[in-house]
Design a protein around this ligand. Structure first.
Ligand code: ATP
Ligand code: MG
Length: 500
C-alpha cells in the first residue's frame, strides 16, 4: 500500500513524507491493516467538538466569513483552536487562508501587510488585530507580532558565508540549520507541516465548522500531550525558539512533553545562543508575564535552557542554590503569577530586576566595599550586569533604566527619620521600589519591620506621617536627622542592597 500524500512506501512501515521538509511520519492509517488509504485530514464534524462560534471573537468571525464569501478557504488555526478545545479563553485569533496577502488586503479596509520574512495581513478592529496568514509551503521560524519587532540575525554580512540553501531550494539556513528566510505560498496540506506542535496544527473550517486534523492533534489535546510535528531534532535546529515554546505550553497548558519531543532538548539548549536577543525578549515575556512564571522557570532550569538565557543568574544560583537571590526569585515569580491571575499590570523591568538581582547585588557589594555610596554602587552594578545580559536577551532602555532607578532606591528605605524621608513616597518609582522591598523582606534579606513601616506610612494621614518621621528624627539626635549615619551597630551585612 502506498501513502497517497507521497506515493512512497517505507521499508518496514509506510510513511507520510512531508512534501517540503521530508519529515517522516508513520502513517497510522496504513499501518492499520483494516484501515483504508488516507484521504487527507481527519475531519471532526461540528457535532463532535466543542469549538462553538460563541467562543470565537466576532472580529475573527467577520474575517473568516468575508474570506469565505469571496470564494477563499478560511480557517482558524493555532493556539485559538487549541485553547477553545481546552476550555481556555484564547489570547488572539489567527486565520489561515489560500487568499494571497494582496487579496486579503483588497477585502478589508482596516488591513495592513506586515512582515519581512513572510507577508502577513493584520486586520484591525479597534484594539483587536486578527492575523491572516496565507498558507505556506515551508515554515517560518516566528513571524514578528508587530512589524520589525523581530530583528534580522545580527551581522548579516558576516553570516552570509555560513548560510546554506536548504535541499528544497526555498529556504535559507544558517550553519546550524536555523531558517533565516523563506517565502513560499502553499496549500493547507503544506501549511500544516510548518507548524510546531500537533496541538497547534488544528484548522477550524468556517465552511462547515468542522476541524481538520492532519497530525493527530485532537488525540494529543485529549491526552494533554505536546508533540512536535516531524523530526524533533531537525525542528529544534530549524528554530530553537520551539524549545522555549515547548516549555511555555507545558507550563501554560499543563501538558506533558512526548518523550521524543522532550529528550533532545537539554543537548540542543545551546542553540538558543544563536537566536536574536529581541526575539528571546518576546518569548521571555510570554513565559514569565502570563501567569505561569514559576513553572516556566523550573522547566527552563530542568531542560538547561535557563543558563543560555540568563547566564550570570544561572551561575549565581549554582554558587548559592539556597541563597537570598534564589529565595527572592521564588518570591518574585510567585507574586508575578498572583498579579497575572488578578489581572494587574506586569512589567518586564520588574521581572528582570527579580531575575538579575543575584548578580546585581554581588556587583553592588563589590563597589560598596570599595567605598561607593550604596545607591551609586547599585546603579553601576545594574549597568555592568545589563551590558552582558543584553547579549542574550535584549532589555531595551525603557525597561533597564527604570529597573536601575527602582533598585538604586532600595537603600533609601532605611532613611526614615526626618521629613526628607517622606519625599520617597512621591518618587515616580516608589511603588515598584516598595514592591521590591517587600520581596527582599520575604527573601529574608531585609528586616520585616522595615517593610511594615513603609506599608503603614502609606496608609496613614499626612499629619500622622509627619509626626512619625519627626519623632524618629528626635530619637536619633540632631546629627542623624538626614538619615545618613552608618548602619546600626556598624555591622555590614553581605549582599543586601547596601544602606547609606
Ligand atoms: P499563544 O497565542 O497562546 O501564545 P499560539 O500557539 O497561538 O499560542 P502563536 O505564537 O500565536 O502561538 O502562533 C500561532 C501559530 O503559529 C502556532 O499555534 C503554530 O501553529 C504556529 N507557530 C508559531 N510559532 C511557531 C514556530 N516557532 N514554529 C512553528 N510554528 C509556529
Ligand atoms: Mg496565538
Amino acid at each position: 500500500m502506498v501513502c497517497r500524500l507521497t506515493g512512497r512506501q517505507g521499508p518496514r512501515a509506510v510513511y507520510y513524507i512531508c512534501p517540503t521538509h521530508h519529515h517522516k511520519r508513520t502513517c497510522s492509517f496504513l499501518n492499520d491493516p483494516a484501515a483504508q488509504e488516507p484521504t487527507g485530514p481527519a475531519i471532526i464534524p461540528r457535532a463532535e467538538h466543542n469549538v462553538s462560534r460563541s467562543l470565537i471573537a466576532p472580529s475573527a468571525l467577520k474575517v473568516l466569513y468575508r474570506l469565505r464569501d469571496a470564494g477563499h478557504q478560511a480557517f482558524l488555526v493555532g493556539g485559538c483552536v487549541r485553547d477553545i478545545m481546552l476550555g481556555v479563553k484564547p489570547k488572539d485569533f489567527d486565520v489561515a487562508t489560500n487568499a494571497t496577502p494582496d487579496e486579503v488586503r483588497a477585502l478589508f479596509r482596516n488591513c495592513r501587510l506586515i512582515g519581512r520574512r513572510f507577508r502577513l495581513a493584520h486586520v484591525r478592529f479597534g484594539q483587536h488585530v486578527v492575523e491572516v496568514a496565507t498558507f505556506r509551503a515551508v515554515h517560518d521560524p516566528g513571524e514578528p507580532d508587530e512589524e520589525g519587532s523581530i530583528e534580522e540575525p545580527e551581522g548579516e554580512a558576516e553570516l552570509e558565508a555560513e548560510r546554506t540553501v536548504a535541499p528544497d531550494d526555498q529556504r535559507l539556513l544558517d550553519h546550524r540549520g536555523r531558517i533565516l528566510r523563506d517565502n513560499v505560498y502553499g496549500t493547507i496540506e503544506q501549511d500544516v507541516w510548518r507548524r510546531d506542535f500537533t496541538c497547534n496544527a488544528l484548522y477550524y473550517n468556517i465552511e462547515d465548522f468542522s476541524i481538520w486534523d492532519y497530525v493527530g492533534g485532537v488525540t494529543d489535546i485529549r491526552s494533554s500531550t505536546l508533540r512536535l510535528i516531524g523530526d524533533p531534532e531537525q525542528r529544534y535546529r530549524e528554530d530553537p525558539v520551539r524549545m522555549l515554546r515547548a516549555v511555555r505550553f507545558q507550563a501554560k497548558l499543563g501538558f506533558s512533553l512526548d518523550p521524543a519531543t522532550r529528550d533532545p532538548v537539554p543537548a540542543l539548549a545551546d542553540l538558543l545562543d544563536g537566536v536574536p536577543p529581541a526575539r528571546l525578549l518576546d518569548e521571555i515575556q510570554k513565559l514569565f508575564l502570563t501567569g505561569h512564571a514559576r513553572r516556566s522557570f523550573d522547566l527552563l532550569r530542568e531542560y538547561r535552557m535557563f543558563e543560555h538565557l540568563f547566564p550570570a543568574t544561572a551561575r549565581h544560583l549554582e554558587d548559592e542554590p539556597d541563597g537570598m537571590a534564589s529565595r527572592l526569585l521564588a518570591a518574585g515569580l510567585a507574586s508575578t503569577d498572583e498579579r497575572a491571575a488578578d489581572g494587574r499590570t506586569l512589567t518586564p523591568m520588574f521581572l528582570f530586576a527579580v531575575i538579575l538581582f543575584g548578580p546585581i547585588s554581588v556587583a553592588a557589594q563589590r563597589r560598596f566595599d570599595g567605598g561607593l555610596p550604596a545607591g551609586q554602587a547599585i546603579a553601576e552594578a545594574c549597568d555592568e550586569v545589563v551590558v552582558s545580559q543584553v547579549r542574550r536577551v535584549s532589555l531595551p532602555k525603557r525597561y533597564s533604566i527604570p529597573m536601575r532607578e527602582m533598585l538604586a532606591l532600595q537603600p533609601r528605605f532605611h532613611r526614615r527619620a526626618g521629613r526628607k524621608a517622606l519625599a520617597l513616597l512621591t518618587h515616580p518609582r516608589f511603588r515598584a521600589a516598595y514592591d521590591f522591598l517587600l520581596l527582599r523582606v520575604e527573601a529574608g534579606e531585609e528586616d520585616p519591620e522595615l517593610g511594615r513601616w513603609w506599608t503603614e506610612i502609606q496608609e496613614i494621614p499626612l499629619e500622622e506621617r509627619q509626626r512619625r518621621v519627626d519623632a524618629l528624627a528626635e530619637e536619633s539626635g540632631p546629627s542623624d536627622g538626614g538619615g545618613r549615619r552608618r548602619r546600626r551597630g556598624g555591622r555590614r551585612r553581605r549582599r543586601p542592597a547596601p544602606q547609606t
